[in-house]
Design a protein around this ligand. Structure first.
Ligand code: PLP
Length: 423
């Protein structure tokens, strides 16, 4: 459920027309619906209200400071994977004791920053990292709270690039080897074992893989108990999928019910790290059609709709061949001709497409298109490739909108570059 709907044939975000925003700030831009962000978090949170839990929104999905602040104000915790995300999280007002830190490649400076900040826990992903955290905590006269991220070798049945819980993936420590690491950690002077964590992948559309992973983790936790290691937190990561096209991901209430049924006999606080399910359908990318053209040299005539957003603004189609619904901001009349088109950007890569072989109503230069379901892994994955300044981000709340990130300028593009270093 989201708040992007046609009203009298014009696409609105809540009570603001997309056309109006575009007239004021130009294109392309991301627009997020406050009501949708809030509702998605509250539905997810409420689904777990009868258990001891901490929902840690996964910053990487959408790291805009205002978006983060919305969740901090709703009492959410934060899942981070870098020093930069920690910096943003603190700036947005998250309490350090509600921040968990995952990632296979934490650098020394990032570990130190998290130790100094006093985060809730490090989700440790390798034996070498555990040693390093112990050493740094000693240097800084701290005791590092850790969970070990176990890799349960479960197939999340999602895109290969966002599967993380298979033995062949780089994440976590195989569940069979993790006991050895816990026993080792128990002896470490500057480590405090507080939890076990696990995250098997993103955009999961079935509940079964979550439960399969949870059962393995539960078994592992009882093994830890036998060894005299009590854990306070069981972190099951994120991963609940959303509808981009015709997927039918589990509703948070069903997902929660399945998890809670498994957790009945466990005495610990559940941590979850949802990202996409909270922000994914709460944002769209608005782009303007620049040109249309037909290339007729090949086996089959190809029609292109060339827009002003590109793979640097939204990487998902190029990276994962991801599907995003595309809607004209002005709803076409029912009898408008449908055409099979590729919607492409201006970047010099054939992989620069927003949609391929898509049946769409005929559009003209100057028309606005809304690329749907871009609130997660949209702006946060964007770059300035082809020296394209990053686009603006806008938040709509009722009948008001505000720019929550200015469009970058050409000056922003070259900030930090220094011609004077040449001899
Ligand atoms: N937690 C961890 C450790 C992750 O790596 C990710 C995504 O990559 C998430 C949480 C969030 O996943 P999702 O956005 O699918 O909920």
């Amino acid at each position: 459920m989201h708040h992007f709907k046609y009203r009298q044939n014009t696409l609105f975000c809540e009570d603001v027309s997309i056309q109006d925003i575009s007239a004021k700030i130009g294109t392309p831009f991301y627009v997020y619906s406050y009501a949708t962000l809030k509702r998605h978090f509250q539905v997810f949170d409420a689904a777990f209200e009868d258990v001891s839990k901490l929902i840690c929104y996964s910053a990487k999905a959408n790291t805009n400071l205002t978006v983060l602040k919305i969740f901090a104000d709703l009492g959410c915790g934060l899942d981070i994977v870098s020093g930069g995300e920690l910096y943003r999280g603190l700036m947005a007002g998250f309490s350090p004791d509600r921040i968990v830190y995952s990632g296979v490649g934490k650098r020394v400076d990032e570990i130190d920053y998290a130790l100094e900040t006093g985060i809730l826990m490090f989700n440790v992903e390798s034996p070498v990292e555990l040693e390093l955290i112990n050493r740094r905590a000693g240097e800084l006269k701290k005791r590092a709270p850790v969970a070990i991220r176990v890799n349960p070798d479960v197939d999340p049945k999602t895109h290969a690039y966002i599967s993380t819980g298979l033995a062949k993936n780089k994440f976590g420590i195989p569940v069979d080897e993790a006991l050895h690491e816990y026993l080792h950690a128990k002896e470490m002077e500057n480590i405090k074992i507080v939890g076990v964590s696990c995250h098997i992948g993103s955009q999961l559309t079935q509940i079964d893989p979550f439960i399969e992973a949870l059962r393995k983790v539960k078994k592992f936790v009882s093994r830890l108990t036998q060894e005299g290691i009590q854990i306070q937190y069981l972190d099951l990561g994120g991963g609940v999928g959303i509808t981009y096209d015709d997927e039918q991901p589990p509703h948070p209430v069903d997902y929660a019910a399945a998890i809670k049924a498994e957790l009945k006999d466990m005495d610990c606080t559940l941590i979850l790290e949802p990202g996409r399910v909270i922000t994914g359908n709460a944002g769209v990318l608005i782009t303007e059609v620049q040109y249309t053209k037909v290339n007729s040299g090949g086996e089959k005539e190809k029609r292109f709709v060339i827009v002003d957003a590109a793979m640097n603004d939204l990487a998902r189609p190029a990276l994962y061949s991801a599907y995003h619904e595309i809607l004209p901001a002005q709803e076409p009349a029912e009898n408008t001709v449908q055409q099979e088109v590729d919607v492409v950007g201006p970047i010099c890569e054939t992989g620069d497409f927003m949609a391929r072989d898509r049946m769409m109503p005929e559009v003209q230069p100057g028309e606005l298109l809304a690329i749907m379901s871009c609130g997660a892994y949209g702006f946060s994955m964007s770059s300035t490739y082809n020296s394209r300044p990053k686009v603006a981000e806008v938040l709509v709340d009722g009948d008001q909108f505000r720019i929550i990130r200015q469009r970058e300028s050409y000056e922003d593009l070259v900030r930090g570059e220094d011609l004077s270093t040449l001899p």
